[in-house]
Each structure stands twice: as C-alpha cells, then as structure tokens.
Design a protein around this ligand. Structure first.
Ligand code: F6R
Length: 613
C-alpha cells in the first residue's frame, strides 16, 4: 500500500521523484525516502513522517543524479521510523531497493541471510530483498548487466507474498531494474526517459504512454532502452498503451482538498461513464464485454464482490439487477467471499468492483471465481490495473484519477455503470417493460444536472456540519435503497472525521440500537423511497421522542419540515436515487472533518489502495 516512483533519463531526478511522491501520498504517509545515483555511488536520504519532511531535508542536500527511486510508506512490518523507511540497502552498499507489498517469508529469508553473515538494520520485511540480490550477485566473478538482472530474478523467485520493487546498483549507474508480483507497477515513457510508479497519477504530469507489467515480470531500464523479461529470464514483448486521463485531473485545481474537488467532479465523471453506454431507443451498449444472449439467459445467479465503498455500490447494483433483470444477485464482501466456499458455478456471473483495480481481497476473490469456472467481469477505474489482467471482461468507470482516500466520484460512477448494466441485462433478456427502461435511460442522462443542483446547496450541508461536528456518535437510518446510502454515508463519516457512526435499516432500530439513542445525539435519515417514507418517518419520530436531533435528506418540503435540519434534493427513480442522496452525505462528512481541522484527504491509518490482505 506504499507508493513508489522511479526515474531514468537525462533530467535531475530529485524534483521528479518528490513530485511523484507528493502525488502518491494517498498510498501511505508514515515516512518517505529517495535514492539517487550520484557519480557511481547511491545516495540515500530518508525521513519519518510526510513527504514534506523529506523535502525539507533535501532542500539543503545537493543531488545531481538523473536516475533514482523513491518511496512513501504505509507501515506494515516495523513502526514508522527513519530506519524502517525505504530505500533499503544491502550490507555492501551495492544495491538500493524500494518495495511495495509484503514479503510473507521474510523471517525465513532473514535467518538464512543472517546465517550467511548478513546484518539487518531495520524491522522491515523489505531489507531481505537487497541482501538477497547481493547474495546471488556476489556469486558471479563478472559484474555484468546480465548478472545484475539474473540476481534480481533469482532473489524475486525466492520471495513469497507481493511486491513491486525498483532496484539501483552501484556497478551500473545508468540502469534501474524493476519487478512486480501482486502489487501495481507501471512504466511511463517519455523522450529518452522513463517514469516508473505504483500508480499512474504519480507521473501523469510527464507522460500518458505506459507499459503495464504482469506478475513475475521484470524490466531493465536505461535512458534509451527498455527490455522486459519473465521469471525464467526469457525476453518478452510489451505494447505501449496510451491513457486518456487529463494531467490536470491529478491536481487540486484551486479546491482546498482533493475530496471536495472530486465531489464536485461527479456530474462530469458520471456523464463520461454512461454517455457511450446509453442508446435511447436501442439496447445499451456493452459490446465490449461480449456476453451472449444465450449465456445471459442461462445464468441463474449473479455475485457482486468488492470491499468498502465499492461493495456499497454493489448493494445498489444488486437492487437494480434484481428489480430490472430479475436475476437473483448476492453482494458480498471480498474478504468473506474468498474464504466461504461460495456456491458458484458456470451459471453464475461474478462481478468484481474495484476503483483501484489493485485490492488484494477483491483480486483473490476473482481468482477463486475463475477456478470455479464462473465468468468474471471487473468494474474498475484504472486501465491496466491488476484486476483487468485477471478478469474475463473489464468495464471502466470514467471517474479520472481519484486521489482523496475517501472514495466519492468512483462510487457514483460505479453505481451509474451498474444501473446501466442492469438496464442492459433487462433489455437483452426482455425482463421489463420497454417504456420503463427507456425512461430510466433518459433519467440517467439527467442525473448529472440533478447532482449540480444539490452541489449548489452545499452551504446548507455546511451549516448542518457546523452544528454537529463535535458529536461523538452518529446514526444513519433508511429503508430499502436508502439503507445502502446510509451504509456509504456512515463509512464516509467515520473514515475521515473519526466520529463513530452506524448505519441501520430503520426497521431494525427497535431490535437493539435504539438503546443507544440519548439526548442531543444526531441521527441522519434518508427518505427518498416513496413506498417506505412513512415507515422511516415513524422510526425517526421514535428517536426524536428520545431526544435525538435529526438531519434528513428527502424529496419533499412537507417531509423536510418535520425535522431539525433537512435538505430537499431532486427526485428520481428509486433505482437511481443513491446517485443523488449520497452527495449530501459526502458533503456532510467533508465539512464536519474540515470543521474539526483534520486532514480530509489523508485520514489516519488508511491508504487508498489496499494491496495487502
Ligand atoms: C472508502 C474507500 C474504501 C475502498 C475500498 C475498496 O472511502 O475508499 O472503502 O472503497 O478499500 O477499494 P477499491 O475500490 O480500490 O477496491
């Protein structure tokens, strides 16, 4: 979950590496470091804390090298400290390595290396890697590039777990070797230069052309040359792919934080996601996933598998697919799915949702579904991400880079895409009235404008946030589709504001949680499903009677007037309502967090891509 950046080229690399690390801080921010090739020796500078701390030290250090590697850490093995931060060197100071991932067998390897007289200076799993590379390299009499590569390959073949690594070697000052297994790594190509990174946004300022490494791939990179190899040292061909992300999309563009910028980007992001899918008067366009009518008619069950916010999008997907396409659908948390021996077979379509496309549990769940002969469909935001290389088919949300740790625009794009897919299934299988489906498509096209209307009222939510930001606990209540919004709203609040919050189906309140309602506690109600509003209003009345303050999001002034605070949002079809009702909750979390003076984009203990189990 750490972030890594590398550069090989003609320019001084330190500013490029630091800029890349800043763009990657959402991946981890416990400590940061760089290694730069300086006149045949590797200079390492590292520091505990944020990239800014490293930058401060570098402001008084002269580094002229044009080849380097860098790292921002999210601690797994060993507490955040200077010693534990990357890059790590081997005992002979020949190699420097940055690593993202976890080496599961590092204890065995460390014992083996200690028996061979290697000494360790950190508590990390990573430090075995440069020493193991050195162990193999020292067996060669000749210092050749080929032997450098072979030593990296042999070392990696010994590692169990996940890694993306960048390696520098004193003996080859013009070269960097990189390797990957189960952790993301991309190589961007410029003119006479290469940019290496764990995530595209790190280097999007410099290039849009990328090589994507597969697992167990290696690359040797020099200024004008790049070669790819597999773990048997056989050379591979790789195509360069261009991506469409706009380079300004990974900057704040005048907003205070990435999260608020991303909340405001939702109308455009949703438009991009659905515009080429919706054909009025014709079946939605999913020609990119080649699922035949015969296959779709035979599926008797759909599983939607994901983690966190993506799983909440999956809950909306289940609702839409079951109601529109009449296919029983189960939405499951990936870390549960992978260990529950799910009842799936060739007649189950398994959909995996992941913004990053790198979430370890989601990818493991996908691999399990493939073993059981299911067809697998990935929904992701990142072209070339690991999930797209595993799934039978991939479709993309067009959210653009999402930098804030708390997911906002990726969620609404996932929901919009799932709704389109549900309509498509219904059209292909003729499971719903054509008028309803056509109206839904028309309405989907209106959603971006309706979100704009909500965003124009953000000050109403800000006022509510200013009144409730000192709360210790909050509750979110809703029924049916509104309950899925409550789950997502509650997750947003707790992850960035650190306020304890719970989402409950309003009908469950009496079965336990109402015991927690006390004077002045804030309860948020989502009241958009017209068939269930009166029932949820009664439940909210019960908490008011017990002293709670209420904030509701609803479609009707008359309903709104019954509560302490409210926001009336445009109405829409129930299937699509989470696309609108989540927006005030995203804003509420954002403004509460700002009012508390916390870092909205980088909440404590969290990282954007969870690439370890
Ligand atoms: C919450 C959040 C996480 C992610 C989850 C899955 O705001 O961002 O809950 O949704 O870690 O991440 P992806 O979608 O990258 O698989």
């Amino acid at each position: 979950m750490c972030g890594i950046v590398g550069y090989v080229g003609e320019k001084k690399c330190t500013p490029i590496l630091i800029n890349g690390l800043k763009n990657l801080e959402y991946r981890g921010y416990d400590s940061a470091g760089i290694a730069v090739m300086e006149q045949n020796h590797i200079e390492v500078v590292k520091e505990k804390g944020r990239v800014k701390n490293l930058e401060d030290i570098l402001s008084s250090t002269v580094l002229n090298g044009t080849i380097g590697i860098a790292h921002t850490r999210w601690a797994t093995h060993g507490k955040p400290s200077k010693d534990n931060s990357h890059p790590h060197k081997d005992n002979s100071n020949t190699f420097a390595v940055v690593h993202n991932g976890i080496i599961e067998n590092y204890k065995e390897l460390r014992m083996f290396l200690e028996d061979s007289n290697y000494t360790f200076y950190s508590q990390t799993d990573t430090e075995v890697i440069p020493n193991l590379i050195h162990y193999y390299y020292s067996k060669y009499d000749e210092k050749t590039k080929d032997n450098f590569l072979k030593s990296v390959i042999y070392a990696c073949n010994e590692l169990r777990g996940s890694y993306a690594i960048l390696v520098l070697c004193n003996d080859f000052p013009n070269m960097e070797i990189v390797a990957k297994k189960d952790s993301p790594l991309v190589i961007g190509k410029g003119t006479n230069e290469y940019y290496i990174a764990s995530d595209i946004p790190a280097v999007l300022n410099y290039t849009k052309d990328f090589y994507f490494l597969d697992d167990n791939n290696f690359a040797t990179i020099e200024e004008n040359e790049i070669h790819f190899y597999d773990s048997n040292n056989i050379e591979l061909n790789k195509d360069l792919k261009s991506i469409s992300w706009d380079c300004t999309s990974s900057s704040k563009r005048g907003y205070d934080d990435f999260m608020i910028k991303e909340i405001f980007e939702q109308p455009e992001a949703i438009k991009r996601t659905i515009i080429n899918r919706i054909n009025l008067g014709k079946i939605c366009n999913f020609s990119d996933i080649n699922l035949s009518r015969k296959y779709l008619s035979a599926i008797d069950k759909i599983y939607i598998v994901a983690c966190g916010t993506a799983m909440h999008a999956g809950l909306v997907g289940k609702y839409a697919i079951e109601k529109l396409a009449k296919i029983p659908t189960i939405t499951e948390i990936a870390s549960e799915f992978r260990y529950q021996n799910p009842l799936i077979d060739k007649n189950t379509l398994c959909i995996f949702i992941s913004q990053s496309g790198e979430t370890a549990d989601t990818i493991a769940a996908l691999k399990l579904a493939k073993q059981k002969n299911c067809k697998t469909l990935a929904i992701t935001n990142v072209i070339g991400s690991s999930i797209t290389r595993e799934a039978d088919f991939s479709i993309y949300t067009e959210a653009g880079p999402e930098i804030a740790v708390a997911s906002t625009k990726a969620y609404t794009c996932q929901v919009a895409l799932l709704c389109c897919f549900a309509i498509y299934l219904s059209e292909v299988l003729k499971r719903e009235n054509t008028n309803l489906l056509e109206n839904l498509k028309q309405e989907l096209l209106c959603i971006p404008e309706k979100i704009e209307t909500i965003l124009k009222n953000c000050d109403v939510v800000e006022d509510v946030a200013n009144k409730v930001y000192l709360e210790k606990d909050m509750f979110f209540l809703g029924r049916g589709i509104d309950y899925t919004t409550c789950l997502e709203g509650s997750l947003k609040l707790k992850e960035i504001s650190y306020i304890h919050s719970e989402a409950y189906s309003a009908g469950e309140l009496k079965h336990g949680p109402i015991a927690l309602i006390e004077n002045n506690i804030t309860v948020v109600g989502i009241l958009t499903d017209e068939n269930l509003i009166e029932k949820s209003v009664s439940n909210l009345q019960e908490v008011i009677t017990r002293g709670a303050k209420t904030f509701v999001v609803c479609n009707d002034e008359n309903v709104a007037n019954r509560f302490d605070y409210s926001l009336v949002i445009p109405s829409t079809y129930t299937y699509l309502s989470p696309l609108l009702s989540i927006v005030p909750l995203q804003l509420l979390s954002y403004y509460i967090t700002k009012e508390k003076g916390l870092d909205v984009d980088k909440p404590r203990n969290l990282a954007k891509s969870v690439t370890v189990e």
